[in-house]
Design a binder for this molecule. Structure first.
Ligand SMILES: C[S@@+](CC[C@H](N)C(=O)[O-])C[C@H]1O[C@@H](n2cnc3c(N)ncnc32)[C@H](O)[C@@H]1O
Length: 240
C-alpha cells in the first residue's frame, strides 16, 4: 500500500518527539499483527507498547511473530466494549496512543465512547496519533472532499503503475489465513465472535467525526500532522 511505510515513519517521528521520555508507555489501538508496534520498538527500544486488538487470528500471528519481543504486550480487547481501557492492566499513565487504519471501523457512537475512555488513561499532555484515510465532509466542503479523494487515488495508481499485480490481495490473504490448518483455532474463534474481514456496517471515515469526538472527550489541540489527500495522521493532545 503506497504511503503506508512513510505514514508509519512520520507517526513514529511524532512519538519520538512528543512522548517526552525515552521509555514511553504507548497504546497501539487496533494493532493487527503488530506492524506499527514493532516498527516503533525498532526506533524506541525502551518503549513499553500495549498492542490492543479484538481479532484472535491477527493477535495469534502477532504473538507468533513477536511474542518474545521485549517491551511488547498484545491484549485481546474490543474497543467497542466499555471498560476496555481498564482491562488493559496498565501500570502507568499512557504517554501516547497510536493507531493506523483501524479506528474508522468503529461506529460514530462507539468512536466517541472509545476516545472518552482513552482520555481517562492518557497522561496530561499525552498524544493521540491516528494514521488513517479520513475524508472531508462532502456536504460542507465538496471541492476539498472530491480533490482529497482524487489525489489519493491518483497517487495510488501512479505508484502501482508498472508493478506486476501478482501480489496477494486482501481477500486472497484472508482466505489463505482462515483456511491454514495451523490457524484453525483462532479462525474458529474469529468466526464465533462474528468478525469478518469486511468492515462493519457503520464506519467513521469523516475527519469531522473524529475531530468532534476528540473534542468531546476533552482533547485540547487537534489537527493533521501529515497528509496526502485524505490519507493523514491526525494528532490530538490532552490538556497539560
Ligand atoms: C486494517 S487493520 C490495521 C492493523 C494495523 N494497525 C496496521 O496498520 O497494520 C484494522 C485492525 O483494527 C482492528 N479492529 C477493528 N475493530 C476493532 C475493535 N472494535 N477493537 C479492537 N480492534 C479492532 C482489526 O481487528 C484489525 O486488526
Amino acid at each position: 500500500m503506497p504511503d503506508r511505510e512513510e505514514r508509519f515513519t512520520v507517526l513514529i517521528d511524532a512519538v519520538e518527539a512528543g512522548a517526552g521520555r525515552d521509555d514511553p508507555v504507548v497504546l497501539d489501538l487496533g494493532c493487527g499483527p503488530g506492524s506499527l508496534a514493532v516498527r516503533l520498538l525498532d526506533r524506541i527500544p525502551a518503549a513499553r507498547v500495549v498492542a490492543v486488538d479484538t481479532d484472535p487470528l491477527l493477535l495469534a500471528l502477532g504473538r507468533a511473530a513477536y511474542g518474545d519481543r521485549a517491551g511488547l504486550r498484545f491484549v485481546d480487547q474490543d474497543l467497542r466494549r466499555p471498560g476496555w481501557a481498564g482491562a488493559l492492566g496498565l501500570a502507568a499513565p499512557v504517554d501516547v496512543a497510536v493507531s493506523t487504519t483501524a479506528l474508522h471501523w468503529l461506529g460514530a457512537r462507539q468512536l466517541r465512547a472509545m476516545y472518552a475512555e482513552l482520555a481517562t488513561v492518557l497522561r496530561p499532555g499525552g498524544l493521540m496519533l491516528d494514521g488513517d484515510h479520513l475524508t472531508e465532509d462532502e456536504s460542507a466542503v465538496p471541492v476539498l472532499a472530491r480533490l482529497g479523494d482524487v489525489v489519493s487515488e491518483r497517487a495510488t495508481r501512479r505508484r502501482l503503475a508498472g508493478r506486476e499485480r501478482h501480489d496477494e490481495d486482501w481477500t486472497a490473504w484472508w482466505e489463505a489465513a482462515t483456511t491454514d490448518p495451523e490457524l484453525a483455532g483462532p479462525a474458529a474463534e474469529r468466526e464465533r465472535r462474528g468478525l469478518s474481514e469486511d468492515h462493519h456496517g457503520s464506519e467513521s471515515v469523516l475527519l469531522v467525526q473524529h475531530v468532534a469526538a476528540l473534542r468531546a472527550a476533552g482533547f485540547a489541540e487537534i489537527g493533521t500532522l501529515w497528509q496526502y489527500g485524505e490519507n493523514r495522521i491526525l494528532c490530538a493532545v490532552t490538556p497539560g
